[in-house]
Write a protein that binds this ligand. Structure first.
Ligand code: CA
Length: 443
């Protein structure tokens, strides 16, 4: 299964790409995340794999040219070049695993000099490439609400006596988002306009959003989908998951408060969603799997279609998540980005396997490239609140920045930088890179 640990996770593996051996890099040879990237020397964007400070072009570097020794089981599947991220995602997970083995062999410092020189021709410095979301990749985007701490925080602002709604512990709550406005890290975010009814005595007004916020989330890409009318058993769920990225679900809280009843979020959410560019595969995350959320005594057990032994033992993922802010003034004064929160994906009430299985449980057909996000990931502690809504408690407890500025919500010029990384004793640290976005003034 996708969470099996093998030789590609050996912490002693080193690469002949020196920057991959830096203990602080997010991208050692044990990670090998995929991306679609463009480069001035290329006519079209192509599939790449990140190693240290470089991206290996998997379109021009034909892996089939480099067979040597006995192929590992499944490696015979790798023939010819792979082309695009989309064409890799649509393949069965075994294919992805064999490619991981193959790339790992080619990039190890034990690879012979000729291979190093041949493969080396297909490396681009990461600073020169532009990562992209492949055109048409993300057909659909769904956002869940799977952090019980986030749901409890937000719920208690509106219903102090009854913060969690009665369905929460039975059904993974979600809504359909918008795929067309998903943008890649580094894209500026324009402050949206919308209906604001902060004065309950007056009719709403159409003005620029006043309470602009971010949400620290993790997203996963669907690999192979399911046919309309069929479902995905929980035991098979992870075979349908390609890999993970960081997600910032930008949110207009004032617009949300007025529009959300009775059908849920709409224009408060769909003006922009930012994702990090490098997709960390399920295989790379194997050493960081952990048990699913331990439910409190008295909580209901998941219904049968969401229950599975492996899911309970390994369904969680231990990913440290950090959110930083840098205001325009901080940038001008060279003040480093300020840490707003630290949370962890393992604190989610529902696993990604349960999210996927639940999504398809009514026969809804998931498709290759669909992005499914977890919802804001908050933890128990105040320092683990994954949105500004929670940190400033709806704006009632302003946050102090190191240069004396304060924030209730995001101001124009603010940049939000999200980071994610996995650490476990006995294994190499791997990371996700950054998910970054800066607020531009409204039109
Ligand atoms: Ca969200």
């Amino acid at each position: 299964m996708t969470y099996e640990i093998n030789e590609t996770h050996d912490p002693n593996l080193k690469s002949w790409v020196e920057s991959a051996n830096d203990p602080n890099t997010d991208f050692p040879i044990q990670n090998l995340p995929f991306c679609e990237f463009d480069h001035p020397q290329r006519k079209f964007p192509a599939l790449g794999v990140v190693i240290g400070d470089y991206v290996l072009d998997l379109e021009t570097c034909d892996l089939a040219d480099f067979y040597y020794g006995e192929p590992e089981p499944g490696l015979e599947l790798v023939a010819g070049n792979i082309g695009s991220l989309t064409s890799l995602m649509v393949k069965p997970w075994e294919y992805r695993e064999s490619i991981r083995w193959h790339i790992s062999f080619l990039l190890r410092d034990t690879a012979d000099k000729e291979i190093q020189s041949l493969v080396g021709r297909h490396l681009f410095p990461r600073s020169e490439v532009t990562p992209e979301i492949p055109y048409g990749l993300i057909g659909d985007y769904t956002d869940f609400y799977c952090s019980i701490y986030h749901a409890t925080n937000v719920g208690s602002m509106f219903r102090p006596d009854n913060p969690l709604l009665p369905n929460y512990k039975y059904v993974p709550i979600g809504y359909h988002g918008r795929a067309s406005s998903i943008v890649i890290s580094g894209t500026d975010i324009k402050r949206p306009h919308g209906q604001n009814r902060s004065d309950a005595e007056a009719p709403p007004v159409f003005i620029p959003c006043k309470n602009l916020d971010y949400e620290m989330e993790v997203g996963f890409f669907v690999g192979q989908g399911n046919d309309l009318g069929t479902s995905i058993p929980i035991g098979d769920a992870e075979k349908h998951i390609f890999g993970l990225c960081l997600v910032n679900d930008w949110s207009a809280r004032d617009i949300q408060a007025w529009e959300y009843q009775p059908l849920g979020p709409f224009l408060a959410k769909n003006f922009a969603t930012t994702i990090s560019p490098f997709v960390v595969t399920m295989e790379a995350l194997a050493p960081f799997r952990t048990k699913a959320f331990e439910r409190e005594e008295g909580d209901p057990a998941p219904l049968d279609y969401l229950a599975d032994d492996n899911n309970e033992k390994f369904g969680g993922i231990d990913i440290n998540l950090e959110v930083f802010i840098q205001s325009e003034k901080m940038r001008n004064e060279n003040v480093a980005p300020h840490l707003l929160s630290k949370s962890n994906m393992k604190d989610l009430y529902w696993t990604i396997g349960q999210m996927l299985t639940h999504h398809a449980s009514n026969g809804c057909n998931l498709q290759t490239g669909d992005l499914i996000a977890t919802g804001t990931i908050s933890g128990k502690e105040k320092s683990a609140r994954g949105s500004m809504l929670e940190l400033s408690w709806r704006g009632t407890e302003p946050i102090e920045l190191p240069n004396g500025e304060t924030r209730r919500f995001l101001e124009d010029g603010d940049e939000i930088i999200m980071k994610g990384y996995c650490e476990r004793e006995g294994f190499r640290r791997i990371g996700f890179g950054e998910c970054r976005g800066r607020i531009l003034p409204a039109d």
